[in-house]
Design a protein around this ligand. Sequence first.
Ligand code: NDP
Length: 683
Amino acid sequence: MTLVTQNVRVLESWLAGRWQTGKGEGKALLDASTGKPVASIDASGLDLGEALAYGREVGGKALRKMTYHERALMLKTLAQSLMENKELFYEESFATGATRKDSWIDIEGGIGTLFAFSSKARREMPNTRVFVEGAVEPLSRDDTFSGQHILSALRGTAVHINAFNFPCWGMLEKVAPALIAGVPCLVKPASQTAYVTERMVRHIQESGILPDGALQLLCGSAGDLIDHVSDQDVVTFTGSASTGQMLRGHPAIIRNSVRFTMEADSLNAAVLGPDAKPGEPEFDLFVKEVVREMTAKAGQKCTAIRRIFVPRASVSAVAEALNQRFARQVIGDPRQETVTMGPLASLGQRQEVLERVADLKTEAEVISPDTGAFPEEGAFASPILLHCDKPLSSDAVHSVEAFGPVATLMPYDDLEEAVDLTRKGKGSLVASVFTNDPSVAEEMVLGMAPFHGRVMIGNRQSAKSSTGHGSPLPMLVHGGPGRAGGGEELGGIRAIKHYMQRTAIQGAPEFLGAVTGRWVAGAPGHADSRHPFRKSLSELRTGDRLTTKSRTVTLEDIEHFAEFTGDTFYAHMDEDAARRNPFFEGRVAHGYLIVSFAAGLFVDPDEGPVLANYGVDNLRFLTPVNAGDDLKVQLTAKEISPRISADYGEVRWDCQVSNQKDEPVALYDVLTLVAKEWPENRT
Ligand code: NDP
């Protein structure tokens, strides 16, 4: 019987604005537990050059018209819509072998990543289309030539080639930063579990939340996809090191210097500290975490623990505790609620894992009992714990990744050796150390850090709140050096920058301001008869300026401030002590007195469009202020960011306080919230 006569769902690709099927017969994708066909997949004959061009021309153009905040809000709407429909994806996900708990990581973890990027972008990025990075670099003595780094969206399509283990999270964690950057995506999920991704993309497409061309989907083999990538495209890859290396060396990637990020095999380690003896809370936490990492998604996680390092004296206790916990696992079809560990993704994947275990057995022996007499049609496997007694002189245990519920237990004799052993993984995504001794944590973490993208310290204090060894988080970097691929994903706003070009722009401050939409020191300011605090957001322009009159600081002011606030530090109160201080020539005014006087000089006191002062940035005190000095303030509107979903926005003011000799006394940014409109007759 063919797949068609069995009425099997045919997966489609969403490319160039239409659902398309391949020209070939289709390959059956089988349920990991029952072996029954779930769907058929084929991408032969699809025009992938057209799809990449469609992304660049249609998707990219539409996304670039939006600001960062608009794109971030779009992601939030998308995340809400996916969350409301999450059961659709859970239903699909069982066929991959994932339990509901496993799918939670994939589905809700993925949707949560959209929410996290949406909110981070709205909090940490301006509501603009260009991202200004770092401070202005003065390049001339007279402030007529300066430099500034900006980041702007690449004009290509981001091609995301994903692994089979996370069909939802794998897509969403990469799509989120790319879309906020303003770059359209073409997602190619691994064939084995592409039906879950297809269901989600179908929902996204039907929701109409993303503009045309912003997200495309290729179900089936990549064919000649990479031949069509060009200089402004980005390629990210998650999967096996061999495919990743082949793609990294692809002529089109090399010829066009295409940005290529890779996340591949990783022999992640967990280390039990020498202090964490049996009976200590850290011992139990360690055992629990190793079991969780070996059994969640049946060990098919890029961050799963593969190498377990414990003090030599604790080897048998750890082995016994792990085996006891393995015995409690219920392995079977994840549709049954009692099941705690599902099968591997496919029979082929199980075969691959067993072959890798055979490689490991050249250096290690299996010490876990075989609990399984499983149905033949399912890709079930028991957790496999190996033991290698000579890890320093072994190789396979540090280099063979069995991508399943498999890990090797190994002894170490001292901390230096433990660090050396973790390094034998030649670069990993993550390592964890379980200890209640800060000096152990320090030595282990600093020793391992150059070889790892993330290191987690586990102990009793964080036991309840810890997100665990295996969870990549949107705000923290995910990726690792060496054999882990050398790539970096997530990590908050950093992830968005991977889809943007950093450019150093140089010119007169006024012209830098014209490009960035910010007022730049050295550019002219403009004052008119209205105090800038009387202007609503719609009236205020960058460069609007107020220069105040002067105020003299007296000794009484300093003493009054000291008594009033309780800050009677000797530099303000004791003339002789202040003179002995290398920085002062007698008693000086408090920095916060200067800031307070500055506010008294620049505010307009009446009710008006300025709603709140929510902080200051980059405050620096530059010249000491003594009694008798005169202070004045120059306040210039530096950056104006209207919020989309509120009737106010942020205004950043450049604030310069200077003395009677025009020397800068204090420099900082004042951060305010300002109403978008403020009717004349309201005040
Ligand atoms: P692969 O490297 O075979 O596949 C990963 C992705 O690359 C899939 O989407 C695959 O598509 C695609 N791909 C394969 N060949 C090409 C090609 N020539 N051009 C473009 N894309 C291509 O890895 P698997 O997902 O099959 O997993 C195999 C092994 O990889 C695992 O056993 C495990 O060891 C490792 N792995 C590591 C992960 C990690 O993050 N550390 C995550 C997942 C896997 P298709 O499926 O259609 O072939």
